[in-house]
Ligand binder design. Sequence first.
Ligand SMILES: Nc1ncnc2c1ncn2[C@@H]1O[C@H](COP(=O)(O)OP(=O)(O)OP(=O)(O)O)[C@@H](O)[C@H]1O
Length: 271
Amino acid sequence: MSEGCTHDCENCASKCSDKKSLKEELNAASSVKKVYAVMSGKGGVGKSLVTSMLAVTAQRRGFKTAVLDADITGPSIPTAFNIHERANTNMYGIIPAVSKTGIEIMSLNLLLENETDPVVWRGPVIAGAVKQFWTDVAWNDVDVMFIDMPPGTGDVPLTVFQSIKVDGIVIVTSPQELVSMIVEKAVHMADMMKVPVLGIVENMSYFECPDCGKKHNIYGESHVDEAAVKFGIDAVAKMPIDPKFAKACDNGEIEEVEGGWLDSIADKLLG
Ligand SMILES: Nc1ncnc2c1ncn2[C@@H]1O[C@H](COP(=O)(O)OP(=O)(O)OP(=O)(O)O)[C@@H](O)[C@H]1O
């Protein structure tokens, strides 16, 4: 152990001979090729909506897709995909739920007796549950997995980056946020974790009048393009405010939503 040991071998610059990786082994029966984390600076900006829509886009493009819902205390992914059953297990581990179009999903809601039960757990227990979604779930030959992260840059995002091999990050913001600051925090965390930020989505960017098609910046002018240039992020997407998104999430119909708002991000992630 070196004198300057930080006990964080993944990110420590010391050249110790006994460096240990904190990365967790994927379940032995699983295969997951690429993993992308979807982050936001605060709750309610549409991170779960963007995660779901990216997953739907990937599945439509022919990639075997999965969603790991790491938003343990506010899981909204199962509802968006109309999944309300409990998860089963077999000799290989926990079997993820499968959506109508074949997307594999794991969320704490699939393990609760009642999906309305609150999860009143401390940080390390929550972080442990997320790790188990990687080590104990039998993901079946997945090409691309999206992780719906809890908002912010706290305990659970840290655990995800330390224990799971993440290939890239997508940041979701809204025009009301101090975009530059939010993006900068996420970019710094990504740098520390040595994971590239591949795209930014500005959700609720504008409202498009259904009668005349004019776009209105309800929450003010967008600054996401400036932030993207500042931090060298080349894939930017803007999603409108549209009640059909909220309705689709609430009714479990996210796989029926059509539109290419996230194509620039999907092109970057999926090629
Ligand atoms: N562009 C949009 N237009 C209309 N409704 C939206 C839009 N984006 C998100 N919503 C709705 O806003 C609510 C919050 O969205 P969502 O759950 O995706 O946010 P979140 O950032 O994941 O929140 P949290 O981190 O608290 O889970 C949902 O009901 C969702 O359907």
